[in-house]
Design a protein around this ligand. Structure first.
Ligand code: GMT
Length: 381
């Protein structure tokens, strides 16, 4: 198949899922076209079966905000026409699903056989999508998609709750490359960071408010107060990094915390980690938690959104009430101070991650493309 994939290029989960899916599909002989305003971070090597198309935004004095959605729709029209796309798969509803609808309208009968599949990822539903300034458009565009998927049961429910969706939503979870995300020997790295054999607690995110990064720092302070020698590695960057740094100063624990910024090879940091923390205020799945689990790292998370579908309480880590940093700290201390519990949870975390293995989930997407194509064919003949 010739498959168009539209996504955000940044380090965020939806762009990672879209790019890894494109690679997985290309490995099966499909021809992929990725559309975005910049090359996705995970599209890191040259391949002849994946073509990247950068959406060109011409500037013009009248455009204070250049209309990205129109430029994207225009590019979709060209790709459907000239690259003979069989499927157009958009990740994150805003504005991608709307641009796809517009492209199909422009092409009319020429594109009637090309299904638009929209994958809902998170804040396109739970936060920004439900905002009155976008809601009607998001509702319309999802209903006009030929196929709709969500990354968790939780997100599916939220979508039906907040929008008037007439379509069936198929749940296809995030997935993981078990060969890339596995514990590897990085002892030299660990020794450099923890010369006295301290435990390593890690957090990875884009440091947006929703990730509650100051909670990570506070929960970590309870670990130190419980007498455990540990270091906190903060991976990523974003608007709330400054608040997390402030919290470190306020709690006088800057010597125990390292802010590593954005990292290309997160699996190397996870390989030396003993525990992962994700106390998010909203998380439809929690790809970062899955990446940690795949590297055999137990997870302390909040119990909101899709996180309980990934992290199993008492098995792969612990789930805590939102903002309850004290409980997070005491569960973390329990794992870090008990070697056999840590080992048991680390093994269970990896086992759980195996249920989200890349190939298995790519097959589900591939089958879904065929199913929606078949339905559309029936409807248009
Ligand atoms: O919805 C977002 O905030 C953006 C999106 C992203 O691009 O980072 O994240 C969501 O999609 C990921 C991949 O499906 C999920 O693993 C994340 O849980 C989800 N983030 C949130 O719900 C906050």
């Amino acid at each position: 198949m010739n498959i168009g994939i539209v996504c955000y290029p940044t380090f965020g989960g939806s762009g990672v899922v879209a790019t890894e899916l494109a690679k997985g599909l290309a490995n099966r002989g499909h021809n992929l076209h990725i559309l975005s305003y910049a090359r996705p971070a995970r599209l890191d090597s040259f391949r002849t079966d994946i073509t990247f198309h950068e959406v060109d935004l011409s500037s013009y004095p009248l455009f204070e905000y250049p209309p990205y959605d129109l430029a994207l729709a225009n590019m979709m029209v060209n790709l459907i026409k000239y690259e003979k796309l069989d499927v157009l798969h958009v990740h994150y509803a805003i504005p991608h699903a709307t641009s796809a609808y517009l492209a199909k309208q422009i092409l009319n009968s020429q594109a009637s056989h090309v299904p638009v599949i929209t994958t809902l990822h998170g804040t396109d539903i739970t936060l920004i999508g439900s905002d009155p300034s976008y809601k009607q458009v998001v509702d319309f565009s999802i209903n006009k998609s030929d196929g709709v998927t969500a990354v968790s049961e939780y997100l599916k429910k939220e979508t039906y709750k907040h929008f008037d969706i007439k379509k069936d939503i198929k749940v296809i979870p995030n997935f993981i490359d078990l060969d890339r995300f596995k514990k590897s020997k990085k002892e030299h790295f660990k020794k450099a960071i923890c010369p006295e054999g301290e435990k390593i607690v890690t957090h990875v995110s884009n440091f947006r408010e929703v990730k509650r990064v100051p909670d990570v720092v506070e929960a970590f302070s309870h670990i130190l107060n419980n007498g455990i020698k540990a270091k906190l590695l903060m991976v990523g960057d974003g608007p709330d990094r400054i608040r997390a740094e402030e919290k470190c100063r306020e709690l006088k624990m800057c010597d125990h915390v390292r802010f590593l910024g954005k990292q290309e090879r997160v699996e190397e940091v996870l390989s030396i980690s003993d525990l992962f923390m994700i106390p998010s205020g909203s998380e439809t799945f929690g790809l970062a938690a899955l990446e940690a689990m795949s590297c055999s790292v137990p997870v302390i998370s909040s119990n909101i959104g899709g996180l309980p579908e990934v992290n199993v309480h008492g098995e792969t880590g612990y789930l805590c009430e939102l903002g309850d940093v004290e409980t997070m700290g005491s569960y973390a201390s329990k794992i870090l101070s008990n070697e056999s519990l840590h080992k048991k949870m680390a093994n269970a975390a990896r086992k759980r991650a195996e249920q989200f293995e890349l190939d298995k989930i790519v097959t589900i997407y591939e089958d879904y493309y065929e199913e929606v194509r078949g339905q559309l064919k029936k409807e248009t003949t």
